[in-house]
Design a protein around this ligand. Structure first.
Ligand SMILES: [Zn+2]
Length: 294
């Protein structure tokens, strides 16, 4: 294809990107198994450590992060492309982990009670159990340490605090797994597509989005290389094994500072193109694309 072809080519037929939602039964079982087991193991580890140290917010996030990463790894291996299901598995795993942390604390409470047989007999005679233990803790008020000061939470505040912990762990694991399951997949050879950074664009966000969603890639010509401040990335996911036999996925991403000193990419739009679009995309930049994670 010569250089003038891209300018004169008609718009490509594009379809908004959606994950194909597929997953084998064995793969799904593997993902459930690994994610749930890692949630239980993490809950046990944090439950054990919580005897000496428990950092609110940070520990639940660590639980959610590690369970989510292991879940991502298992769903990538198992080729699960059902985001809602993957997110649900992550959420359940995070909830179980926090449940195990509380169970460890309950066991320690029972152990302390056993040192005073009268109190233990009373506890058992009342038919009290795990839920009564949680409520008792709320009545006493959870103590949190802030700037070396101990702060005691009220009854409802304690429940809200536990709920936030639960949502941090479960939500983080769910997000990581949901996002990973949305990755482009080649249904021809049944493997994940590879994602490349193709170019940085100097177009306005709206104009670039219009070009990608309407199949008019020629509008992106001469728009490669960004001015300072504009961080619009054009990425493409393709299958190196099947080449022209399968579709490609074009992603427009806007990168901004995430407030932690790093950068976060936000999806602007993502569309499925016929493989012929690769020629036009390759003409946009002389640079050889480097494989990236994604
Ligand atoms: Zn393929």
């Amino acid at each position: 294809m010569d250089n003038t072809t891209a300018n004169s080519s008609p718009p490509f037929h594009v379809v908004p990107y959606r994950p194909d939602g597929g997953s084998g039964q064995r793969g799904l079982l593997l993902t459930w198994g690994i994610t749930i087991l890692s949630g239980l193991a993490l809950g046990a580890a944090v439950g054990f450590i919580s005897r000496w140290l428990y950092v609110a917010g940070l520990f639940p996030l660590a639980i959610g992060g590690i369970a989510g990463l292991l879940g991502m790894l298992s769903l990538t291996t198992a080729k699960v492309r059902a985001p809602l299901l993957a997110g649900t598995i992550g959420f359940v795993s995070g909830c179980l982990a926090i449940g195990v942390v509380h169970t460890f604390q309950y066991q320690r409470f029972l152990h302390r009670l056993s040192e005073q047989p009268q109190l233990l007999a009373q506890w058992e005679a009342d038919g009290d159990g795990f839920l009564q233990f949680i409520d008792l803790q709320a009545q006493r008020g959870v103590e949190i340490i802030e700037h070396a000061d101990t702060m005691k939470l009220g009854y409802y505040q304690s429940y809200i605090y536990w709920l936030v912990d639960l949502l941090l762990a479960a939500g983080f694991a769910a997000y990581l797994m949901w996002n990973q399951a949305r990755a482009p997949f080649c249904t021809v050879c049944q493997d994940w597509k590879e994602t490349y950074l193709l170019a940085k664009l100097r177009l306005a966000r709206g104009r670039a989005k219009y070009a990608v969603t309407t199949g008019q890639l020629a509008l992106l010509r001469d728009q490669v290389a960004p001015p300072a401040g504009n961080k619009l990335l054009l990425k493409v996911s393709a299958c190196s094994r099947c080449g022209p036999d399968c579709t490609i996925v074009v992603l427009l991403q806007e990168v901004s500072e995430d407030g932690w000193g790093g950068f976060a990419g936000k999806r602007v739009c993502q569309a499925i193109y016929p493989s012929q679009a690769m020629d036009v995309l390759n003409q946009l930049t002389a640079e050889k694309p480097e494989p990236i994670q994604g």
